[in-house]
Write a new protein. Structure first.
Lengths: 298, 824
């Protein structure tokens, strides 16, 4: 069984307890304009281009079978022609062209993850599956979680909440120790318009999950100026969480991580977003809405 | 059962403000300029010229020479340090050992005081005495010249003198040992002398040559120890004299107390903590009358001194503050000397201290937690003083020592930004047991000099015998036994042109032919020089402070110790492994380049468009040591394994094994500076990576890097290694210390033997290079020891600046700022 992995981030400290390895699976059904990992939205491998590294040697053009290399201008890849075969990335001496997304056999991935077992053990850490949306590759995710649990590794998932509830419950849930569940907005019409899908299933999945695993769920709310960060939206989310008896939440402050990554893929993020990151200590005004629920630092 | 009774192991209530004596001594220390002290050179020359009897055994001649010097050595008190005794006549002195390299000073007598980099002061009259009286006597009498004449200027010696293949350290020292002070403290030197006299007497009736030699040895022990006793008496007399002339009654009382201490110890058994501390120091001074001041390491002082500390505390004679003051005074005494460094060496290898190592914590001989209150007192003193020497090291057994201890050591490292270094008990004890040491002896290991290991007082390890440049072997394999720096001269075996090879295995074989040839040369020279040391420089005084020589009646230099290893360390490990992997990957697996393509670019230093492109490809697309790339792991493992087997197939002149190790002092910068381009994309002249550390920038992930290094640890590295890790400092030390400690523990669980840190940013080091005056006390870890950044040469400064910096908040490499990139 193979999974398409965008990145493996070791020594991750902000994706659950302790020192962790976070696996970023490729593919996501949402298109949040502020996405931190825009290179992981597509379900296919992609080639990214980092212009500042390029020495204009032309080796990429020489190997490309699709004639998808543009040697002039700021873009190097004609994404309409590129099939993501990756030949150019292998020949590029300067790693200006980089493949995003690599298929891993399950055991191959497990072997990489187990390498940091000592770091997990001494710190109470483990493995976190993130994305993209890891449940988009549900079968792979389920097998991976089971395999890790059999090795005694603490597991965490970061999910946007869109998953087939019953399959997720029957194949993944027993092998998960912690679920970081994103909630962006209560108003479904807004949700549809801004991120591309309504939120009915997300809300249903959250409420079901809380019935059996309330202690293991942390609801995470991205605080995005101009989007989610309105008193109305945050207030509605807080009310909803209280209604559902959510135990723990955390606020994810906005960061313009995604902008440069999107540019490398030839995608432009909406310029309605600020260029500056929001600082953790600027979240105070939003925390007040969540009175009575335990806040967890991301 | 833990021996720790402190409520607060950080001992934060003790500061330099609350310990004004330490503050004052520390300020004086940093304001002092080193001065060359010619006393030793003067008196050993005088002795040899006027009193030496060549009919006597080498041990006896050495003992009398040492005793003569100690009898004439001046007894001075330079400051308010509570401990009596100095290594030299100067407050911060460089003693001269004409038996070794002192003559290199001869052409620089007039310039050494005023040279730009690290000047060492020499008075005009003393320079003249050296020039006219002392140096002429030694022209053909130092170890190097004696070896040359005795062995007919052998090939191996000529190779060593080119300085770019290997260094035969015995031309400059053996030292590098950890004596045991336990019986000295228990019986006093008079007790040791009595024992030697009894043994000598037992042999009186026996007439065979062996018995005569042993009797001579025991006589030599008595004579040399007597030298220390006489020097202690002189210290007592001087202190008494100073007490009588002191204006301030407090000063007078202090001198009177010191006089009393020097009358009691080391001649007699130590009865108090203070006496024990001073006895150890006077013996260190004595050892340096016989052996050069290089890495002579006091060892596990928190263990040796603990009974005296505990008893004094119990009987109310001592409190923690006073104990810390005495420990701090000892640390500053240990820092009272430097080595004499001629300008040429300063350029290539400058900035080192004398690296006397002190080892704290870990487990005891019984395998149980040995951390005690004194461990924490010594850690606090180390944290407060922040000085280069002594080189303080912390042992850690992750199963037996508490996590509080690990966190506390971590905190000291974060606060000092560099010390102590961390040693993994499990891996290091395994490594020593693999050399046939008994478990309880291995558990009692201490660190020598940089990182080397030896069972305290049981192993006479000559741990710095050989420093092998692995890049020399690689270049010779690439160019049929020649090196760019030595031109057309055929150095090693004429191996085939690599462009004709069909597989990587064939190249690996050629590399091993060149490497093994160099190792044979280095070992041959080490054996020759060992024989010269046996005749010229035995160590009866040091032998008395070891377990073995007194039982066997045999000097250390003839194999008197219980264990008798020799150490061989290696330079450019990571660079050579990466080059091998780059060749294997691009020439033999991908077939992207021919071997000729690579050789052409290596010869041409990757110049021109083609060169730039290939260099980028080699840097970016080949397997790197410090990642978990299969080929890199295989080649690193094979290198370690091969070196281990090669050295272990030899037995040294004392009957012991050769221990490979991986630490480089500043040699990786010096030798890198004169080496040609290499196939992993390193340009000519760039520094090599230090110790066992991956090449700068080659290991982007912290955990992968630590895993890749750790898996090499254990039995094949009995001499240990130096792994340098640089972390970005964070504002919250407590939070950082937690992750820091966890990361070390994980690395140790994976098998890592040692790790040392610099907690600093690229930017800070760049600023320190630009504005040295702003950072007079900035201490950095080089490779196994600490140095003041300002003292290092420019190349070494650049090496420290460009070392990979990891953020402990994400385990990622912090990108190198553009101004830090080397301009080539």
């Amino acid at each position: 069984m193979r999974g398409l992995i965008g990145n493996i981030s070791r020594y991750a400290l902000h994706d659950g307890p302790g020192i962790r390895t976070t696996v970023f699976l490729k593919g996501c059904p949402l298109h949040c304009p502020w996405c931190h990992n825009p290179e992981l939205i597509s379900h296919e491998p992609e080639v990214a281009f980092y212009a500042e590294r390029c020495i204009s040697c032309g080796d990429c053009q020489a190997v490309c079978p699709e004639d998808a290399i543009l040697m002039h201008g700021e873009k190097r890849i004609d994404h309409t022609r590129c099939t993501g075969c990756g030949l150019c990335t292998k020949s590029c001496p300067a790693i200006a062209l980089v493949m995003i997304g690599r298929e891993y056999e399950l055991e191959e991935l497990v072997e990489v993850l187990l390498r940091d077992r000592h770091f997990f053990e001494v710190s109470g850490g483990g493995v976190t599956l993130s994305g993209g949306e890891p449940t988009q590759q549900l079968e792979f995710t389920a097998s991976l979680l089971e395999r890790l649990h059999n090795e005694g590794i603490h597991t965490t998932i970061e999910s946007n909440g869109i998953f087939p509830r019953e399959t997720f419950a029957s194949t993944c849930l027993d092998h998960l120790d912690l679920i970081l569940f994103d909630l962006k907005c209560i108003d479904s019409a807004w949700h549809q318009e801004v991120v591309g899908r309504g939120n009915e299933r997300i809300l249903e999945n959250l409420s079901c999950l809380l019935k059996t695993r309330a202690r293991d769920v942390i609801v995470r709310i991205p605080v995005i100026p101009g989007h989610t960060a309105t008193p109305e939206n945050i207030g509605q989310i807080a009310d909803h969480l209280r209604k559902l008896n959510v135990c723990r939440y955390s606020l994810l402050p906005y960061h313009p991580f995604g902008c440069s990554k999107a540019a490398a893929l030839g995608k432009i993020q909406k310029n309605s977003l600020p260029e500056q990151a929001m600082e953790q200590d600027k979240l105070g005004q939003w925390q007040e809405f969540f009175h009575g629920i335990e806040r967890v630092l991301p | 059962m833990t021996a720790v009774t402190l409520d607060e192991i950080g001992l934060k209530e003790f500061t330099l403000e609350s310990l004004p004596r330490l503050k004052e001594l520390r300020t004086q220390y940093f304001s002092r300029q080193p001065e060359i002290c010619i006393e030793r050179a003067r008196y050993v020359t005088q002795y040899l010229r006027e009193h030496d009897d060549s009919a006597h055994s080498p041990e006896l001649r050495q003992a009398k020479k040492v005793e003569y010097f100690l009898r004439h050595k001046s007894a001075r008190f330079h400051d308010r340090n509570l401990i009596a005794g100095n290594t030299t006549s100067k407050a911060l002195g460089a003693p001269l050992f004409p038996e070794f390299f002192a003559l290199t000073l001869w052409p620089e007598l007039e310039t050494v005081s005023d040279r730009k980099k690290n000047p060492q002061k020499l008075t005009a009259s003393e320079a003249s005495e050296l020039n006219l009286e002392i140096f002429p006597f030694w022209m053909d009498k130092n170890v190097l010249e004696v070896t040359r004449s005795q062995f007919d200027n052998p090939e191996c010696l000529q190779l060593f003198e080119k300085l770019v293949f290997f260094i035969a350290a015995k031309a400059g020292c053996i030292s590098h040992a950890v004596p045991t002070y336990t019986s000295m403290l228990q019986y006093g030197l008079s007790g040791l002398i009595k024992k030697a006299a009894e043994y000598e007497e037992e042999l009186a009736g026996v007439t065979d040559a062996d018995a005569e030699q042993k009797a001579d040895f025991f006589r030599a022990v008595q004579i040399s120890l007597q030298g220390i006793i006489v020097h202690a008496e002189h210290l007592a007399e001087e202190a008494k004299e100073l007490a009588t002339v002191a204006d301030d009654p407090k000063d007078a009382a202090e001198f009177t107390a010191m006089a009393a201490v020097c009358r009691s110890v080391p001649v007699g058994p130590a009865t108090t903590f203070r006496e024990a501390v001073n006895a150890i120091w006077i013996c260190q001074v004595g050892i340096h009358a016989e052996n050069i001041n290089m890495a002579m390491s006091p060892g596990r002082l928190d263990q040796i001194l603990y009974p005296y500390y505990k008893q004094d505390i119990a009987e109310g004679r001592l409190d923690i503050g006073r104990a810390m003051e005495l420990v701090g005074c000892l640390w500053l005494k240990i820092a009272d000397n430097v080595t004499m460094v001629p300008e040429a060496s300063e350029e290539l290898f400058g900035g080192a201290g004398t690296v006397p190592a002190i080892t704290l914590g870990g487990v005891g001989k019984d395998g149980e937690d040995a951390v005690n209150d004194l461990t924490y007192i010594m850690l606090r003193a180390t944290e407060l003083l922040g000085i280069r020497d002594p080189n303080v090291n912390a042992r850690y057994d992750y199963e037996k020592n508490s996590q509080d201890y690990c966190r506390r050591v971590s905190e000291v490292i974060l606060n000092t930004k560099s010390v102590p270094a961390f040693f993994n008990d499990k891996a290091n004890i395994t490594a020593l047991c693999g050399q046939g040491e008994r478990l309880e002896h291995a558990r009692d290991y201490a660190v020598i000099g940089c990182v080397e290991l030896a069972s305290s007082g049981r192993d006479y390890p000559a741990s710095s015998s050989i420093m092998m440049n692995l890049a020399a072997a690689l270049e010779m394999a690439l160019f049929g036994g020649k090196r760019p720096i030595t031109g057309e001269e055929q150095i090693g075996p004429a191996t085939p042109d690599p462009s004709e090879l069909r597989s990587f295995e064939e190249f690996w074989k050629i590399f091993k032919i060149q490497l093994d040839w160099l190792i044979e040369q280095a070992i041959t020279l080490n054996e020759y020089m060992g024989a010269v040391h046996q005749e010229m420089m035995p160590s009866p005084l040091l032998s008395a402070l070891f377990i073995g020589p007194m039982d066997k009646g045999v000097d250390l230099i003839r194999g008197g110790a219980l264990y008798n290893s020799s150490g061989a360390t290696h330079i450019a490990f990571a660079d050579v492994v990466d080059s091998l992997s780059a060749i294997e990957q691009t020439v033999f697996i991908e077939k992207k380049y021919t071997f000729n393509d690579v050789l052409e670019q290596v010869r041409g230093n990757f110049s021109g468009q083609k060169g730039v492109k290939m260099r980028l490809y080699l840097k970016n697309h080949t397997p790197k040591y410090g990642t978990e790339a299969v080929i890199a792991r295989k080649n690193a493992h094979n290198m370690i394994q091969h070196l281990f087997e090669k050295y272990q197939s030899h037995t040294n002149y004392r009957g012991g094994p050769y221990h490979p190790s991986y630490w480089t002092m500043t040699n990786h910068a010096g030798l890198g500076g004169i080496s040609g381009a290499l196939p992993h994309g390193r340009k000519a002249g760039e520094v090599f990576s230090s110790g066992i550390t991956p090449v700068s920038g080659a290991a982007p992930e912290l955990t992968a890097c630590l895993n890749a290094v750790a898996e090499l640890g254990g039995e094949c590295v009995p001499g240990c290694w130096a792994l340098n890790i640089k972390y970005t400092p964070e504002s919250d030390v407590a939070i950082m210390a937690e992750r820091f400690a966890q990361t070390i523990e994980a690395y140790f669980r994976a098998g890592g033997q040692q790790v040392q840190f610099n907690i600093m940013t690229y930017e800070m080091l760049l600023d320190a290079k630009k504005h040295p005056e702003k950072y007079p006390e900035l201490m950095v870890r080089v490779s196994g020891y600490s140095a003041y950044f300002k003292d290092l040469n420019e190349m070494m400064k650049d090496e420290l600046i460009t070392r990979t910096q990891y953020g402990l908040d994400d385990g990622r490499v912090v990108p190198l700022p553009p101004e830090a990139k080397r301009r080539h």
